[in-house]
Design a protein around this ligand. Structure first.
Ligand code: NAD
Length: 291
């Protein structure tokens, strides 16, 4: 199964990163979004990020220009039907993703592989509502896509070997590493990472430590490059809470109970870096702990 053209649905933070790395690896990319603004912002972001790589000597100017020219945008979702591989990276809402696949199906080639970059929605359930569950799987990039090495490849219950191998070859051509995961809530990375972050919030909630001592402990005592609360602010506290809820609901185990303090921060709209306040306040020159 030769893959050359890649359709990407959703031009947000993940979609633009995926387009960036695919084009640099030589794939032809067709990117779509319901928002024209998101598409033009994505092209600006990709150009800026690629130029930064040129500035740092990571890629040549010719490669950058050739890669950028391989990315096309279209406002029409069904134009993606001719792609060999489609990666859906739209908003994390099941009804949105389901509608995208339903609209795409009549326009696909029989061989097109469908994938989703979802962080938490069941791949098996998304696949079951398409005409090709055996050609459907999870293609889960980490943020920021051009920097992070890992891609989780998630098999739904029906995914066939040919589809899995075709996606694995794409990951190899990106010079990234694939980890194969079964389709259970939050897959591997978030299944392990989110309970750790949630536990850090419990540690704060119970007064075992403050923001600074918790983050310093994990950076200096466990050699983590970022403290768990700093990392939670980077990911977005709403995202962390949503993933804890998926684990709690999907696995029905109280060990995944979201910390009430995490819920309180989300209710306050203190979602981390994106709202300039979370476990740290980012409105000044230096981040200041909020507890
Ligand atoms: P985002 O909000 O930055 O971008 C989502 C984009 O999807 C928006 O531009 C929106 O206009 C577009 N969109 C919404 N409905 C659409 C539709 N019907 N058709 C086409 N485009 C549509 O979100 P994001 O952070 O890029 O996340 C996208 C996906 O990637 C989600 O499934 C998320 O769970 C997953 N993911 C996110 C991260 C992360 O750290 N942000 C990491 C891994 C995976």
């Amino acid at each position: 199964m030769e893959i050359q053209t890649i359709g990407i649905v959703g031009a947000g933070q993940m979609g633009n990163g995926i387009a960036h790395v695919m084009a640099l690896a030589g794939y032809d990319v067709l990117l779509t979004d319901v928002s024209e603004d998101a598409m033009s912002a994505a092209m600006d972001t990709i150009e800026g990020n690629m130029k930064r790589q040129v500035g740092r000597g990571k890629i040549s100017e010719e490669d950058q220009q050739a890669a950028f020219a391989r990315i096309k945008t279209t406002p029409t979702l069904t134009d993606l039907g001719k792609s060999d591989l489609i990666i859906e990276a739209a908003t994390e809402r099941e009804t949105v993703k389901q509608a995208i696949f339903e609209d795409l199906i009549p326009h696909l080639k029989p061989t097109t592989i469908l994938t989703s970059n979802t962080s938490s929605i069941s791949i098996t359930r998304l696949a079951s509502r398409t005409d090709r569950p055996e050609k459907f799987m999870g293609f889960h990039f980490m943020n920021p896509v051009p920097v992070m090495q890992l891609v989780e490849l998630i098999r739904g219950i029906a995914t066939d070997e040919e589809t899995f191998n075709a996606c694995k070859e794409v990951v190899e051509r990106l010079n990234k590493t694939a980890a194969s995961a079964e389709d259970f809530p939050a897959f591997i990375v978030n299944r392990i990472l989110m309970p750790m972050i949630n536990e850090a919030v419990y540690t704060l909630y119970e007064g075992v430590g403050n923001v600074k001592s918790i983050d310093s402990s994990m950076k200096l005592g466990a050699n983590h490059p970022m403290g768990p609360l700093e990392l939670a602010d980077f990911i977005g506290l709403d995202t962390c809470l949503a993933i804890m809820n998926v684990l709690h609901d999907g696995l029905a185990d109280t060990k995944y109970r979201p910390c009430p303090l995490l819920t309180k921060y989300v209710e306050a709209g203190w979602l981390g870096r994106k709202t300039e306040r979370g476990f740290y306040d980012y409105r000044g020159d230096e981040p200041v702990p909020t507890r």
